[in-house]
Design a protein around this ligand. Sequence first.
Ligand SMILES: NC(=O)c1ccc[n+]([C@@H]2O[C@H](COP(=O)([O-])OP(=O)(O)OC[C@H]3O[C@@H](n4cnc5c(N)ncnc54)[C@H](OP(=O)(O)O)[C@@H]3O)[C@@H](O)[C@H]2O)c1
Length: 293
Amino acid sequence: MTKIDKAGSVTLGDRAVKRMGYGAMQLAGPHVFGPPKDRDAALAVLRTAVAEGVNHIDTSDFYGPHVVNQLIREALSPYPDDLVIVTKVGAVRGEDGSWNAAQEPGQLHAAVEDNLRNLGLSRIEVVNFRIHPGHHGRGDHSIARSFEAMAAMQAEGLIRHLGISNATASQVAEARAIAPVVCVQNQYNLAHREDDALIDALAADGIAYVPFFPLGGFTPLQSSCLDAVAQQLGASPMQVALAWLLRRSPNILLIPGTSSVAHLRENLAAATLDLSAEAMATLDAIGSSSDRA
Ligand SMILES: NC(=O)c1ccc[n+]([C@@H]2O[C@H](COP(=O)([O-])OP(=O)(O)OC[C@H]3O[C@@H](n4cnc5c(N)ncnc54)[C@H](OP(=O)(O)O)[C@@H]3O)[C@@H](O)[C@H]2O)c1
């Protein structure tokens, strides 16, 4: 359950994490496949994140594959006591870099074993079951068989807490009927607001919401309204986009991704950016005009 203390930490499962975390996907090579162009730079991003106080890192063994988890282990192991590493299972990469569904119980078990081995852990704090997106994005098919397999691995002691990713509200409800869900990781940002109602419902139930593509992902956010607010505040548009998410709902935990130490520092500084009610209203209108028009 999510508890928020006065210093802005949130309890994810039963560990306190800061609301500003780090998403490691960008550390792999182009198209999240193969090794990074600059290995030392990738290690430096991870070490800088932790040195600057990040204690929540999002990853997967299918980033690379294996590469990102191995970088995390090399950069950060032995891990600081307060570091919470969250991973996800549900896909495998083809030799051509393709993303293929791996949602069967045996495949999920193999994926958890891969994460444990490559991260050098005996148990993973949180594992998200990532529902493989269909050709038309999210669907509402039953995820019971897969999520029961996740719950079995939790009972076995391989996983401490479960999350779910790429899920509709009814799939979240189906998962919660099988086992407790501590976080939901879906696409959400200033311009992509499909999950507005789900975020509010999860907040009421004390479940963390972790938006992926908080900066727009592979096509970073671009908006003249965002640029105008950023200019008024003397901040960058990316910082304002992150600050908006932090203000949007107290159960939101951020995992912006970057392969650059400079961008990492810029993103972390967004945690202290204050947005006025007027700035929030201007920013809210971006989502209203793109998604809901
Ligand atoms: N569950 C899922 O299905 C799923 C899907 C996608 C991602 N994720 C997770 O969510 C995390 C976040 O998503 P993401 O990394 O794909 O997208 P993102 O955080 O929205 O954006 C990352 C992109 O923005 C750029 N960027 C970051 N900070 C910047 C800054 N201050 N100024 C300018 N550009 C900046 C990065 O380039 P540089 O490297 O040049 O900074 C990169 O191209 C991932 O790392 C991953 O852990 C989960």
